[in-house]
Every structure is written in C-alpha cells, then in structure tokens.
Design a protein around this ligand. Structure first.
Ligand code: Z5A
Length: 212
C-alpha cells in the first residue's frame, strides 16, 4: 500500500489576526507529537519573483495591478513541485496565506473581478482545510499600529474582509472559521483539533486541484 500523504492546511485572515503565530505553534505541536510538518508562507519573498513582490509591497516599486496579481500566483506555482513532493513524503504543510489572500486582496482593488482573480489559481494543490482567523478589524488594530507596507490601511483591510466573506461562501473549499479574538493558547487549541482531524481523514486520499 502507498505511504500516507501529509495534509495541506492553510491559515487565512486579515493583518494581525495571528496567522504567523498560529502557523508556527501548529508546526511545533505536530512535530512534537511525531507528525512531520513544515511551514510555508506566501508570498515566499526568497525567490526571484518573491523579491519583485516584496519590493512592490514595500512601495519601493510600482506594478500594474493585473501584473502583480499574476506574480503572486506565479510565486505559488513555482513552489508546487516542492509542495507535492513533501506532501507525498507524508509531511503536513502549514501554509501562511494562499490563493484566497490572492483573490481577496486583488479583487478589493477597484475594477478587478473575482472570477478573473481566481483563474490563475485554478489547478494549484487544493488545501484539505482552510482556517479563517476571524476577528473584528478594530480588535486587530489594538494589537499594534499598521506597518508601512502597501495594503496596511484600515479602509483597505475592511474591503479585503468583505471579499473574504464572499470567497468563504464557496462550498468546494473546506473552510473552518476560527475565533481569532481568543488568547493565543485557545486559538491554537481550536486550530490543532481541526488539523489533527483533517490529517487523519486525508492521509489515504488523493490531493485535489483548487477550483477545477
Ligand atoms: N498578499 C496579496 O496581495 N496577494 C497574495 O496572493 C498574498 C498576499 C499571498 C503580505 O503580508 C501581504 O501580501 C499581505 C497580503 C498580500 N498584505 N497585507 N496586509 P505578510 O504575509 O508579509 O504579512 P501579514 O500576513 O499581513 O502578516 P501579519 O501582519 O504579521 O499578520 P499575522 O501573521 O496574521 O499576525 P502575527 O504576526 O501572528 O501576529 C501579529 C501580532 O499580534 C503579534 O504581535 C502577535 O504576538 C500578536 N498576536 C497574535 N495572536 C494573538 C492573540 N490571540 N492575542 C493577542 N495578540 C496576538
């Protein structure tokens, strides 16, 4: 019998919802329980494409809106061979932002439709579970000042939140909404419970393709 594959688990949410904190905690907890796990984050700023994206986010360069959307997507596609290999080897991947951020952020810009934004994402490895760390933007703001990168304004974050609400209505994706206003330990416990369940349920199933 073929060996068990790892699960593809994504954390999404607004700025300062606690995605990075929770991805790190989850990977640590899975590893400590003897389950191979690694973290990936998008954008992956270490690649050549990622560096172009990073300069754009840091406002060191300007890019046309469609172009930067396609670069974010290409930054996911360039990691697909590595992701598939690790999943096949039984490593669970915990991903900090994925296609859903791509669609939510670009479609929050005026004049870019959701369907167009989804197209370059079609066929990427389909997450087995996407957990949306939900919290009131005002509470997130209390966690510290916005940074200086592009998109880090309360009005844009509100527009992104509305887009996420729409994307989450898609029944083809396994969404779980997590109350991110709880303390770090409580959020972690919720995320861990959902993750252990999906790891067990998907280990003998084939990896899907997103939005196909
Ligand atoms: N973007 C895009 O346009 N298209 C795409 O395809 C993709 C992304 C993938 C990348 O940002 C930007 O690119 C992003 C979307 C866009 N723009 N924005 N905004 P990034 O990934 O570099 O940064 P981020 O995702 O916004 O990360 P963040 O601001 O650091 O948020 P976070 O990861 O959700 O939060 P955190 O770092 O874990 O925690 C933030 C603080 O809150 C920290 O001090 C923690 O200690 C604290 N914290 C965390 N959890 C708690 C709880 N439960 N209670 C109290 N305090 C907490």
């Amino acid at each position: 019998m073929a060996s068990k594959r790892g699960a593809l688990i994504v954390l999404e949410g607004l700025d300062r919802a606690g995605k990075t904190t929770q991805c790190q905690r989850l990977v640590q907890a899975l590893q400590q329980s003897g389950r191979p796990a690694e973290m990936i984050r998008f954008p992956d700023r270490s690649t050549a494409i990622g560096q172009v994206i990073s300069a754009y986010l840091e406002k060191k360069s300007e890019l046309e809106d469609h172009t930067v959307h396609l670069l974010f997507s290409a930054n996911r596609w360039e990691l697909v061979p590595v992701m598939k290999k690790k999943l096949e080897q039984g490593v669970t991947l915990v991903v900090d932002r994925y296609s859903f951020s791509g669609v939510a952020f670009t479609s929050a810009k005026l004049g870019l439709c959701q369907d167009w934004c989804m197209n370059p994402e079609r066929g990427l490895p389909k997450p087995d579970l996407v957990m949306f760390l939900k919290m009131n933007p005002a509470e997130a703001a209390a966690r510290g000042q916005f940074g200086t990168e592009r998109y880090e304004t309360s009005s844009f974050q509100k527009a992104v939140q509305e887009k996420f609400e729409r994307i989450m209505k898609d029944p083809s994706v396994n969404w779980k909404v997590i109350d991110a206003s709880q303390n770090i330990e409580e959020v972690h416990n919720d995320i861990k419970a959902h993750s252990l369940d999906i790891i067990e349920r998907t280990e003998n199933t084939p990896l899907g393709e997103l939005w196909k």
